[in-house]
Design a protein around this ligand. Structure first.
Ligand SMILES: *Cc1c(COP(=O)(O)O)cnc(C)c1O
Length: 390
């Protein structure tokens, strides 16, 4: 049988994310910053990193910022700095990027999953208390796709049970909850500057933020092999340092982030309107931004009926529209977490979401024409599917 999908129309491809756009816009400044580092002889940490740490912490409203090698490093450092380890449990959602839970496992603690809310995809506070045991030490609210978790509800549970809150803010640099930027909503927060995040470095980079001077000290030691004095090791730490070249580039970009976040929000509003205008909103459920939060749309994730998801993704790809599925498999179903003993059916909302989500192209520089094209291709898919069903 011949495949029924239409031949790709000759239209300019729309990328899922265009990380070169920011470089094009800031080329002279970025080139100068990189050359400054090349000429400085300071490749790792040093004044460039220290300056970035201060500037980024100030942006988040936090007292301390500790630069590190990635968002994953930030999570490992944060958990270790809190003294969490073997025998401890940390509550995490199963619908998130792998690193949220793998960081818990890597420090020897046990990830304990709690299902997510179907509207926001974030951890459901109503289901947390049932999973707390005498071994629970922390809750990790993951601010998924650019929207903060319900931090008041989670904070209340955390304080009732004397648990730490470790924010996984990797996708939400600059996102707000009740007027406060994430990074200060828990004991410690973890940011990623992976190139496609709200603030992106040239490669891997991350940051931990905290208001606690003792945590700051421990985090700084842990990222350099656990030493406060060189070659004297207080802890068995890590090599999780931030390179100066990334810090220098991040410093050029940081003053532009606020504007980029506004552009992301505007792009999301345009998608909302285009989807409604094309009468697609019955087929494609749009992301929900809660009124007490500022969603910064690191991702614009829609849901479609499960039987349409993979064919829609294929249709978009066939028509040169960048698309991704975040995430196709819930973490409790991952092979590496079999030892935790979970089963399919344990987290119905997470499992259902993995079958329905589609991330559409979004980045600050995306044009209305590009977004129209994306929505047109979605409409064409639906028309075809209806015809085929008739
Ligand atoms: C990207 C991401 C991380 C990890 O950040 P890296 O910089 O890629 O190590 C952790 N958690 C979430 C939710 C992420 O999206």
């Amino acid at each position: 049988m011949k495949p029924t999908s239409t031949a790709p129309t000759p239209s300019a491809p729309v990328p899922l994310c265009d990380i070169q756009a920011q470089y094009r816009g800031l080329k002279d400044e970025i080139d100068t910053a990189v050359l400054r580092v090349l000429g400085s002889g300071q490749a790792i940490l040093g004044p460039e990193v220290a300056a970035f740490e201060q500037e980024a912490a100030a942006f988040c409203g936090a007292r301390y910022g500790i630069g590190c090698g990635s968002g994953t490093d930030a999570l490992v450092l944060a958990l270790r700095a809190l003294g969490i380890g073997p025998g401890d449990e940390v509550i995490v959602p199963p619908f998130t990027f792998f690193a949220s839970a793998s960081a818990v496992a890597r420090i020897g603690a046990k990830p304990v999953f709690v299902d997510v809310d179907p509207l926001t995809f974030n951890i459901d506070p109503n289901q947390i208390e049932a999973k707390i045991t005498p071994h629970t030490r922390a809750i990790m609210p993951v601010h998924l796709f650019g929207q903060c978790c319900d931090m008041d509800a989670i904070g209340e549970i955390a304080s009732d049970h004397r648990l730490y809150m470790v924010e996984d803010a990797a996708q939400s640099f600059g996102s707000e909850y009740k007027g406060k930027r994430c990074g200060t909503l828990g004991a410690v927060a973890c940011m990623s500057f992976y190139p496609t995040k709200n603030l992106g470095a040239l490669g891997d980079a991350g940051l931990v933020t905290t208001d606690d001077p003792d945590l700051d000290k421990r985090l700084r030691a842990l990222r350099v092999h656990g030493s406060e004095v060189k070659y004297y090791h207080k802890y068995v730490g890590y090599n999780m340092r931030l390179d100066a070249v990334h810090a220098a580039v991040l410093r050029v970009k940081l003053p532009h982030v606020a504007g980029w976040l506004v552009a992301r929000e505007e792009a999301a509003k345009r998608y909302d309107a285009l989807i409604e205008g094309a009468n697609l909103h019955g087929f494609m459920r749009r992301p929900v931004a809660m009124p007490d939060r500022r969603h910064t749309f690191n991702q614009y994730v829609v849901r479609v009926p499960a039987h349409h998801r993979d064919p829609l993704v294929k249709h978009l790809k066939d028509n040169s529209v960048g698309v991704e599925v975040y995430y196709p498999l819930s973490l409790h179903q991952q092979e590496c977490f079999k030892y935790l003993g979970y089963r399919t059916g344990d987290f119905p909302t997470s499992e259902q979401s993995t079958g329905e989500v589609v991330a559409l192209p979004i980045f600050p520089e995306i044009t209305e024409a590009q977004q129209q094209r994306v929505v047109e291709v979605c409409s064409a898919y639906l028309r075809q599917a209806v015809r085929r069903a008739a």
